[in-house]
Design a protein. Structure first.
Length: 455
């Protein structure tokens, strides 16, 4: 499939799609400090450097998909949260305009979690409505990059649209069952003496480790208000786009608590505290070591890395797009859907059979949103625990929002507050059907999974 990238930045999203076999034919990025990096690392892609507001549909080649992340500063919880009151926030409308005019088979839009907070949710719903009016069925999800073998906690909102005339049902990729990638695995082999820079011009080092440079500017009061060090055996904090806000290297001990508004460096160990280098941040973002960032100002290096979508997350999203189109139904109807769920105990299994209900954690949290967004109700439910696997047919109703109190009355023991509730019609003893459904997933996971069933 041919893909167009908007607000491309240095091309983290693009790289993941390329690794998954997509052809990124054209990209747009207005920031001149990024152009050299994009061209160096994506030589096969035509880079357009115009302001997106000046781009007409005929300037963009026809494509199968459009990907990109409009500027996130307007929606970031760490900023002023101006949303569409900020000129940068209004650039979402240009993304929507281009999708509406080019009519690709699919699009993916990425942004920060602030977009789905109560303050901005009315704007978010307006964006969804405009995409729907443009002719797309939508799925949106709050995704944590750490669930996809990325060594940092990084929450992002992903909106996926599939053109309505296509009989395709999209599902977000299931979280990986692999152990989390720690800082030791991610950056433990890199030298601990990168090149320090503050306001001076960066001198490129063409040695074994590209971009192993770090910012030595002062720490502000806000930064020092909480611990900024994660240990070697932990995930990183979110990699930031501003150099002054980058996490500190795990060689240092955790910062010492002074008060709710202040932490300090451990006495006698102050030299160990330094920000992660640009290359260390790039590793944590899952950029390969041969991806070279071109900059003369250290701030630009951090900006490119921190604003990027982790290529590994982009790869998982790209593969999920490929999968949904490869299983596309050739009929005039959408494929049947199956929900695969994990049961924690035999007691819960027995309660599910008795009450004829199954529930999944809901609310505004990673992995919780998409279950209420399917185009048609789930037909089958596969439940597994250890080696025990059972098949049920569901009542053909959409998932219902449910509170903790209702589940407790049924005999369940939920820990959260918000859930999706599914009604079970009957148990199915068809082992061949069960085998066909289960055979369409790589492995059964503890996280809920959704599959299009081709029988």
């Amino acid at each position: 499939m041919k893909v167009v990238s908007l607000f491309a930045g240095c091309g983290g999203l693009d790289l993941g799609f390329e690794q998954a076999g997509f052809d990124v034919v054209w990209a747009n990025e207005f920031d001149a400090t990024i152009h050299a990096t994009y061209r160096l690392n994506h030589p096969q892609t035509e880079l357009n450097t115009s302001d997106i507001r000046d781009i007409a549909p005929q300037d963009i080649p026809d494509c199968d998909g459009i990907i990109g992340g409009p500027p996130c500063q307007s929606w970031s919880l760490g900023g002023k949260c101006l949303g569409i009151e900020d000129e940068r926030g209004k650039l979402v409308y240009d993304y929507i305009r281009i999708v509406r005019e080019k009519k690709p088979k699919f699009f993916i839009m990425e942004n920060v979690p602030g977009m789905v907070t109560p303050r901005h949710f009315d704007s978010f719903k307006q964006f969804l409505s405009l995409f729907e009016q443009a002719g797309y069925r939508l799925k949106y999800e709050l995704v944590n990059a750490a669930d996809f073998k990325i060594p940092q906690e990084r929450l992002r909102v992903i909106i996926v649209g599939i053109r309505s005339d296509l009989h395709v049902e999209y599902f977000f990729p299931s979280p990986s069952s692999a152990k989390p990638i720690t800082l030791h695995r991610a950056i433990g082999d890199l030298p601990t003496n990168p090149h320090p820079y503050y306001k001076e011009k960066v001198v490129p080092d063409e040695g074994n480790v590209l971009n192993h440079d770090y910012y030595t500017g002062p720490y502000d009061k806000k930064f020092m208000a909480r611990n900024r060090v994660r240990s070697w055996d932990e995930l990183s904090f979110t990699i930031q786009a501003q150099a002054k806000n980058e996490p500190l290297h795990p060689q240092a001990p955790k910062m010492v608590y002074v008060s709710q508004e202040e932490r300090r460096f451990e006495t006698g160990k102050e030299p160990l505290y330094r920000r992660l280098s640009v290359r260390e941040c790039a590793r944590i973002q899952t950029f390969p070591d041969n991806f070279k960032f071109v900059y003369s100002d250290i701030l630009d290096g951090y900006k490119m890395v921190g604003n990027a979508v982790p290529p590994r997350l982009a790869f998982y999203l790209a593969k999920s797009i490929s999968s949904c189109f490869s299983t596309c139904s050739t009929s005039e109807t959408m494929p049947e859907l199956a929900l695969i769920g994990y049961v924690k105990s035999e007691a819960d299994f027995e309660t599910i059979r008795k009450q004829k209900h199954y529930y999944i954690r809901g609310g505004n949290r990673p992995g919780a949103m998409q279950f209420g967004q399917v185009s048609k109700p789930f037909k089958w439910l596969v439940l597994h625990r250890n080696d025990q696997v059972e098949l049920f047919e569901l009542v053909q109703n959409p998932a219902a929002a449910c509170r903790q109190e209702e589940l407790i009355r049924m005999g369940f023991h939920p820990r959260g507050q918000e859930y999706w509730l599914f009604d079970i019609d009957k148990r199915i003893e068809d082992k061949e059907l069960l085998s066909k459904i289960v055979g369409q997933v790589e492995t059964l996971k503890t996280a809920p999974q959704i599959v299009s069933v081709n029988i």
